[in-house]
Design a protein around this ligand. Structure first.
Ligand SMILES: N[C@H](CCC[C@H](N)C(=O)O)C(=O)O
Length: 263
């Protein structure tokens, strides 16, 4: 069987995207999804997304996200930005105005402008402040710690230990290490659950890192964020006591190539 796919990347977080509006993709097949994401035996990606029809006229599409382990997962911020760009490319969304799509964590608004996508993320009602780290859910669960000289750290070793620790069993967590460069400028490295490696960028992770930095410093709500794969912007409203809303993640969402694979 032939499967047509599109490869996208958002600041180095890369994805296989399949137009599944006809419903023909075998969406319960964990082995198929993990094969397609495999960087040696398949196409290679951090995750895979299906663009599917939505029952409501005013909603452009439904997004389904899978980690590269093949399992359907929680929300992917960079994936949301990339599937929004893909929807414009295949005519599933009108870029002349903001459009809605539904994902596992609810409805999102996307704005597309010449390869840059701004995505409204789900509200964050609470943030746990612990000894040496923050924990919050931005559509996916995130552990966030603030360190210096983070380029020297073994993120995979640190991330794997935390992700599999008893504290976060059984679901685990994504792990973000943040370095503060200026009040409105941070650098983030992320170990991603379900990829089980450091990724070049994690959208829900940089949102969690920005909100944690506000909680730590009570200063900025509008951040430039350096990640391995480039630069993202995050801004939001609210505060630690009342929760955070109107949270936006902005950055490039790039079409890499289109292909067919025989499975
Ligand atoms: N690996 C994450 C989902 C993808 C998050 C990341 N790729 C993003 O851009 O938000 C998890 O299982 O919680």
């Amino acid at each position: 069987m032939q499967i047509e796919f599109y490869k996208y990347q958002g600041t180095g977080n890369d994805f296989v995207i399949i137009d599944n509006r006809d419903g023909n993709f075998d969406s319960k097949n964990i082995d198929l999804v993990s094969y397609l994401c495999n960087r040696r035996m398949g196409i290679g990606a951090d995750g895979l997304m299906l663009l599917e029809k939505h029952k409501a006229e005013e909603v452009a599409f439904t997004m389904r996200y899978y980690n590269s382990d093949g399992k359907e997962a929680s929300m992917c911020g960079n994936g949301g930005r990339c599937i929004a760009a893909f929807a414009v490319k295949v005519g599933a969304a009108d870029p002349s105005k903001p459009f809605y799509f539904e994902a596992v964590d609810g409805m999102h608004i996307a704005k597309y402008n010449n390869g840059i996508v701004s995505l409204q993320m789900t509200d964050v009602k609470t943030i746990d402040i612990n000894d040496g780290y923050y924990f919050l859910d931005t559509g996916s669960p995130h552990y966030v710690a603030h360190k210096s000289n983070i380029d020297t750290l073994d993120i995979v070793k640190i991330g794997r230990q935390i992700r599999h620790s008893d504290t976060f069993k059984p679901a685990g967590t994504n792990v973000n290490i943040v370095e503060e460069i200026a009040p409105d400028h941070i650098k983030v490295r992320t170990y991603e659950r379900g990829v089980e490696d450091e990724t070049y960028s994690c959208g829900t992770g940089v949102v969690a890192s920005a909100i944690s930095t506000f909680t730590k410093n009570n200063e900025c709500r509008d951040f430039n964020i350096d990640v391995k794969g480039g630069r993202l912007q995050v801004w939001f409203e609210g505060d630690t006591a009342g929760g955070f809303k109107n949270i936006w993640l902005t950055g490039p969402a790039t079409f890499v190539y289109k292909g067919n694979i025989t499975v």
